[in-house]
Design a protein. Structure first.
Length: 506
């Protein structure tokens, strides 16, 4: 609750670095990167007689409400909307903040949590109340809380009947927008003035940006006491004990409009890139490369997360930069992944050695190149990580990407998948999608596996006909010999699913 008791208005930022905003239709809520918009500001109302809950009112004068309406039929998440206050139904508008480190979870009346969804449409940028069912979505219910002010012209729309004039005066006299931190809550005004100069990013102490403050160039040393090196082929990234090499030097760039995101540029002028290309077929880890894409998208952006005296570098999609050990071809390789075993938890921790300091005035940051920004994890077709699933030599190319040894033999087949939109279209289906390992041959068993993997219920596993390009549900046994497959998941509430029913496929 301390995140909300010291301020009259807040902005809520999801783990995708997007803000909770109130849509102009005065009903929907969604995520947006425009944190400066008035729609991202929520007035905090403390509930009389209930010290552990708050109400959040949008700029349209309506309350953040946990509804009982499913976001998609057959799915677990329910919609979160804006609604007018209804006496007697107070519980629908109340949220219990539960502290989780430097972030909070907002618990609704039915025990579920406010969740900022990622993934493909229709989930992308949506807001639901739900419980995370897989480790990959645990962070989706965590929110950064930033204190903010309300401009005079917005007070009327926020205030409504339940807000007193004295509260309006408090809002108008509140401190300017600043990150909410436990380090500044109980500080004196003089201490707060010092903290404002020091706060380089929201929740800096959690994100680890202090490791890179004023750094022009750094070296990253892994848990194996080896340095992150840009390979001489100007494509691969490896580990090596020679930290004095120029290849171990990475120039730090700060991303405009983001206080907790950096880019790292190698001595060859290319960016450290989290590709969507598997390191080895059938494995979870994906390649980390040096690339120079036409557009600097989220694949070249890293969020430093402090872990004691070391740092984890998180991709915008939740994976971490990982220095692998073990036998070839894993030895000295670098991937981005989520460690699933205790023995590999330290593989995502890095020591940061500053090798060159950026001399600058307080608050100034090195400028990044003025290039267009894209939120897509996919690459332009000219980058090394763009992989076409239509290539007949795909498997052979992947197996020879490592110079040492051959990929370990895996039981089961690798199945790549995309999630279709309502009309059955797939966003950039030419690019390799997500993958899982499946050991069986039955379609029902595969469907259950996808439901566990994605958290989507009732999905329809489909293939695309090579003759007419249309989607058709899988109904027979899977092909033998554990061959690699490409499938498309269709949501049961989508238009294409209704078409399947009309055509008698379901």
């Amino acid at each position: 609750m301390e995140f909300f008791t010291k301020t009259k208005a807040v902005k809520l930022r999801s783990h995708l670095d997007k803000y909770l905003v109130a849509d102009d239709d005065r009903e929907k809520v969604r995520q947006s990167r425009k944190g400066s918009s008035r729609k991202a500001k929520w007035m905090v109302e403390l509930v009389e007689g209930k010290s552990q809950v708050v109400r959040l009112k949008s700029c349209h004068g309506r309350y953040l409400t946990a509804s009982e309406i499913p976001f998609l039929l057959g799915m677990t998440g329910n919609r979160v909307v804006q609604a007018d206050f209804e006496p007697g139904l107070d519980w629908k508008f109340e949220w219990e903040p539960i502290r989780d480190g430097f972030q909070v979870r907002l618990k609704s009346w039915c025990g579920k949590y406010l969740r900022g969804n990622g993934g493909t449409p229709p989930w992308r940028n949506s807001i639901t109340q739900d419980e995370p069912h897989s480790s990959a979505t645990q962070n989706w219910i965590l929110w950064d809380v930033e204190a903010t002010d309300l401009p005079a012209e917005d007070v009327d729309s926020f205030s409504g009947s339940v807000m007193s004039s004295s509260a309006s005066d408090d809002i108008l006299g509140s401190e300017p927008s600043s990150p909410m931190s436990v380090f500044s809550m109980n500080a004196s005004p003089r201490q707060n003035s010092k903290l404002k100069v020091r706060q380089i990013s929201s929740n800096k102490f959690r994100t680890g940006m202090d490791f890179f403050h004023n750094a022009r160039a750094v070296r990253l040393r892994s848990h194996h006491d080896k340095y992150l090196l840009a390979d001489e082929d100007e494509d691969a990234v490896t580990q090596d004990r020679n930290g004095s090499s120029k290849n171990a030097r990475w120039v730090v760039e700060y991303v405009p409009d983001y206080d907790n995101i950096i880019r790292l540029k190698s001595c060859y002028g290319k960016y450290l890139t989290a590709s969507n290309q598997p390191f080895l077929l059938g494995m979870t880890g994906r390649k980390v490369l040096q690339t120079l894409p036409r557009r600097l998208d989220s694949s070249v952006e890293w969020e430093p997360v402090r872990e004691g005296s070391r740092v984890k570098l998180k991709t915008r999609y939740g994976n971490f930069l990982r220095a692998n050990g073990g036998l070839p071809p894993w030895r000295n390789s670098v991937t981005h992944d989520i460690p699933h075993r205790t023995s590999t938890q330290d593989w995502i921790l890095w020591d940061v050695d500053v090798v060159e300091i950026q001399v600058q005035s307080p608050g100034q940051r090195p400028a990044a190149p003025p290039v267009p920004h894209s939120d897509s994890l996919n690459f332009e077709s000219t980058t090394p990580s763009a992989v076409s699933i239509k290539s007949a030599n795909f498997s052979r190319q992947e197996s020879t990407d490592s110079n040492v040894g051959s990929p370990p033999k895996m039981e089961g087949r690798t199945i790549y998948y995309h999630v279709a939109e309502d009309n059955g279209e797939v966003d950039d289906e030419r690019v390799q999608g997500y993958s899982l390992i499946f050991k069986g041959n039955g379609v029902e068993e595969l469907t259950r596996k996808f439901e566990e993997e994605t958290g989507l219920e009732g999905v329809i596993v489909c293939t695309r006909s090579p003759l007419n390009g249309k989607l058709y549900p899988l109904r027979l046994q899977l092909p033998p010999n554990n061959v690699t497959m490409q499938v498309v998941l269709v949501l049961p509430s989508s238009k294409v699913a209704r078409d399947f029913e009309e055509q008698g496929f379901l």
